[in-house]
Design a binder for this molecule. Structure first.
Ligand code: ADP
Length: 478
């Protein structure tokens, strides 16, 4: 900007001053020309006024005689100084052919500065030509330029000092917190997630620090989770692998030829592999949730039909091990959710109820319509959960220390999967449990606004009951 100002003011000032003067004289000549054409009776006064206010010297030549219009200036600028230029102007005008005006600069021996000579033809009638001549002194701009130079020099110095000071101030203000954050980020890169990014002064850096602190916290948590995962998985895999190996050895060395014993030992191996595949399945779900790969595919479906089919898959337990499944539900309850994920939720909760129902062996599934929601409850009358444990049971790999007899062992991931899926659905869920009395796990689902397509309705197999009214059935009824 400074260079531009210097260039415009100092280098081009003279040039632009001259250009400006030529434009000004040209405009005045045009005004006089139109007054002359109009035969304006005030032409003389206009010329005098314009020439005085603009410091011009105006002459008119008509039929070979010269008219001087500003006699006041005669004393200041004697006419003969310029008279020698008149023939040149006239010739130039005659040679210009059609060009409205001509101009050039000249210097007289009386003045040190240039004068602008301007000529214009007012009437081109042959032998009655009328010419307008204007002379305007081009005063030297050097003194003005010198004043400007001094002023500009001061302005330049002050501006540069201010600019450097401000640039220094702002860059330090911006750079210092960024430098410290870079150092912190390096520490974080080396695995230290307990770092704290310090902001500094202004909101963008503070926001960045906040985001980086959140990222550091998340990375720290992910690191802890990853370590937990490795520890838990290796621990969980060790037991079944040991069992499988020991029982396989037993079959090879002892029971291979005794069918009953061999079958019993093979059953242990089968159970343990099933446990391992459940663990791997749970881990796959958790890993998908970790990487946020789960996208809900919501649809309208009958939650009662879904729960009924899950309970039906446990019929074998009812027949062989004396479990009692009670299912209370309305005729239908159409919800809007991701069917597969909700199946997984009900399956995990029912599986837990079966695992932890103890000697009572009763599992109750209630489905109720409550306004806009459909409430699903899974109840058992097992040993319940201690109040201290309640907040933690949703955490990954959390298992209460008490060991109960269970048909299958858990991975400690089931409830955390339930929590993740229900959180993704943005619905309410929870547990009510009392030690010695049992537990009720519950969650709500949004009731679908649209009606279920007829194809899905026909799949519904429950007994008729008025819609919205709970109906009690035990699975043995079906
Ligand atoms: P697990 O595979 O060990 O069952 P979960 O995440 O499903 O893992 O459950 C976490 C813990 O919560 C269980 O280890 C158990 O102690 C407790 N829990 C879950 N459901 C019940 C229930 N219905 N009754 C009593 N305790 C339960």
């Amino acid at each position: 900007m400074l260079a531009l100002i210097w260039g415009l003011h100092i280098l081009l000032l003279n040039n632009s001053y001259e250009q400006m003067k030529i434009r000004e004289v040209d405009e005045i000549a045009s005004t006089l020309h139109s007054s002359y054409i109009r035969n304006d009776e005030h032409l003389t006064e206009t010329i005098q006024e314009l020439s005085i206010t603009n410091d011009l010297y105006v002459l008119m030549e008509s039929g070979g005689s010269l008219l001087l219009f500003n006699p006041e200036q005669e004393s200041v600028v004697p006419v003969y100084r310029y008279q020698s230029q008149i023939p040149k102007l006239r010739e130039a005008l005659q040679a210009a052919q059609g060009k409205a005006s001509v101009h050039f600069k000249f210097t007289t021996s009386f003045e040190k500065y240039n004068t602008l000579a301007y000529g214009r033809m007012l009437s081109a009638v042959p032998h009655q030509e009328v010419y307008l001549y204007i002379f305007s002194p081009l005063y030297p701009v050097e003194s003005t330029v010198n004043i400007l130079k001094t002023q500009l020099f001061t302005v330049t110095i002050v501006t540069l000092i201010l600019a450097f000071a401000m640039a220094g101030f702002f860059s330090t203000r911006i750079a210092r917190p960024i430098k410290s954050m870079t150092a912190t980020a390096r520490r974080m890169g080396k695995g230290d997630y307990n770092v704290k990014f310090e902001g500094g002064g202004y909101s963008e850096i503070n926001n960045l620090a906040l985001s980086l602190n959140t990222a550091a916290y998340e990375l720290g948590m992910a690191d802890v989770r990853q370590k937990d995962l490795v520890a838990n998985v290796s621990h969980d895999l060790k037991t079944p692998l040991t069992m499988i190996r020991s029982y396989a050895e037993m079959i090879r060395d002892l029971s291979g030829d005794i069918p009953e014993k061999r079958n019993a030992h093979l059953q242990v191996i089968i159970d343990e592999t099933m446990r391992m595949s459940q663990l791997v399945g749970d881990m796959t779900s958790i890993s998908a949730m970790n990487t946020k790969k789960i996208v809900l595919e919501k649809e309208s479906f009958d939650i009662c039909a879904v729960a009924a089919s899950i309970l039906a898959s446990y019929e074998v337990l009812q027949e062989q091990e004396g479990y009692n499944f009670v299912f209370n539900h309305p005729k239908e309850c159409i919800v809007y959710a991701d069917k597969k994920r909700i199946e997984q939720v009900i399956s995990n909760l029912t599986g837990n109820a079966i695992k932890y129902c103890g000697e009572d062996k009763t599992v109750i599934v209630n489905i109720k319509r409550a306004g806009q929601y459909c409430l699903v409850e899974v109840t058992d009358y097992g040993p319940g959960i201690k109040a201290d444990d309640l907040p933690h049971i949703w955490d990954r790999y959390y298992k209460t220390s008490t060991n109960y007899v269970r048909p299958t062992s858990g991975s400690g991931l089931g409830l955390s999967i339930v929590k993740e899926l229900l959180t993704l659905h943005r619905v309410n869920y929870g547990v009510d449990s009392k030690v010695g009395k049992g537990s009720t796990f519950w969650f709500e689902l949004d009731v679908a606004r649209k009606q279920l397509p007829s194809r899905q309705k026909t799949q519904h197999t429950q007994k008729d009951a008025p819609s919205g009214q709970p109906e009690s059935t035990s699975s043995s009824d079906k």
